[in-house]
Design a binder for this molecule. Structure first.
Ligand code: PXP
Length: 398
């Protein structure tokens, strides 16, 4: 089975999530028992779809979607051939964008609806044939979209919880409580998909004992945040966490301030990635939402990038927040298109997380301070469950 998706337009403001659309089309084909077939999807502008519309259908205006089956019943010669081609679906991205805005749905969701519609035409459905056929086609279309919605819930954004601040409170007294190891277990019982800890050079919160015990007790995934320095690299190689996230680390900062300057230290980071690779540890690079950092992370062989959401979270005006959101969305999209896996985090709280969780390209959010702060008032179990509900609801809306 294959889905050939080609873009043929030059509209700088339009970014297509090709992988997402291919994944959804593949799913639609499987549901319609044509998983062994091929389909071509061509995304064009209004001018080009107008040409197809006038040339093949004698209609002079642009439209949203056109379908051209490879063979219909009249093409006897073709229909007897044992080919697996279903045909072509042509979609105008300009019309799709206008429709998405009007219907207040996301661009990708509108494109998905148009692909579903086009595919059903290729499979012989036709709403223009009769009223009965029209109802049958709409019903099937709605059913497929609803099913797609529930199937997406299995791929919802994951929530990984950073328990550093539990250790910060413990260390304030220099005693054993509260224990970040116990906190990690509670987070997992409440539904966290992973635990994140930052082993800093100065051990201001998480210490060597914590990472050792966490490695033994975490049942989900352990993500070790760290600076790319010799001592910590050696600890990580011995510990073998499920992944590491490389972050810039300054002794005087209160928390990780900005993303890594990957472009400026490619050699050093590549060397660290290579040694982690040899130990079977995937590496994520914590970067600001900038195209040049995404490209550099990809070039030096990172498996993941974690997009820094700090500026979005700290924005003081709606305009600034929108702008930062767009940068995160674009950087995540670019990384995803390149085949990088995408996480995000820093500063996310109970108000600003939903929009980030709703981005299709983001696999996992790393959240610490907001959850640990809330846990003082409502308990850790409830604080985790509340955040998990926000992430789940945002990432399963179709
Ligand atoms: N991701 C990274 C790389 C971080 O350094 C931190 C802070 O430790 C976080 C996510 C979590 O940020 P916050 O504690 O603000 O949720």
């Amino acid at each position: 089975m294959s889905v050939h998706l080609t873009t043929h337009f030059n509209i700088p403001s339009v970014r297509i999530n090709k992988k997402l659309l291919q994944r959804r089309t593949t799913w639609l084909m499987r549901q319609n028992s044509v998983a062994d077939h091929e389909v071509s999807i061509l995304l064009v502008n209004d001018e080009e779809i107008s040409w197809f519309n006038s040339h093949y259908r004698d209609k002079q205006e642009p439209t949203n979607v056109l379908s051209f089956p490879f063979a219909d019943d009249k093409d006897l010669a073709l229909s007897t051939l044992r080919v697996n081609e279903l045909g072509d679906i042509i979609i105008s991205v300009e019309t799709a964008l206008r429709e998405a805005n009007k219907l207040k749905v996301s661009f990708n969701d509108r494109l998905t609806w148009l692909i579903t519609h086009g595919l059903l035409h290729l499979l012989g459905h036709d709403h223009e044939r009769s009223e009965e056929d029209a109802h049958a086609m709409w019903d099937l279309e709605n059913k497929l979209i609803n099913q797609l919605q529930s199937s997406r819930s299995t791929q919802m954004t994951q929530l990984a919880i950073n328990v550093d601040h539990v250790a910060t409170v413990r260390n304030a007294r220099g005693i054993r409580e509260p224990d970040p190891v116990a906190a990690a277990a509670i987070c997992e019982l409440a539904g966290a998909a992973g635990i994140v800890v930052h082993l800093r050079e100065d051990r201001r919160h998480i210490n060597d004992r914590d990472v050792r015990l966490l490695r033994e007790t975490i049942k989900t995934r352990m993500n070790l945040e760290m600076g790319a320095n010799k001592e910590i690299i050696e600890i990580a190689l011995g510990l073998k966490p499920d992944m590491v996230t490389l972050v810039p680390e300054k002794r005087k900062e209160l928390t990780t301030e900005g993303g890594l300057n990957v472009t400026g230290q490619k050699k050093k980071l590549e060397k660290t990635i290579n040694s982690m690779d040899k130990a079977g540890i995937p590496v994520s690079l914590f970067i600001d939402p900038e195209s040049k950092q995404v490209k550099a992370a990809h070039a030096i062989g990172a498996t993941f990038v974690e997009i820094h959401t700090g500026r979005y979270c700290d924005a003081t005006s709606e305009e600034e927040r929108e702008n930062e959101y767009r940068l995160i969305s674009a950087a995540a999209e670019e990384a995803y298109q390149m085949g990088l896996r995408v996480n995000a985090g820093h500063g996310l709280d109970y108000q600003n997380t939903a929009r980030i969780a709703a981005l299709d390209t983001i696999e996992e959010l790393s959240i610490g301070h907001a959850i640990i702060a809330r846990s003082i008032f409502v308990g850790l179990d409830q604080a985790v469950r509340e955040m998990r509900a926000i992430v789940r609801d945002a990432s399963t809306i179709f």
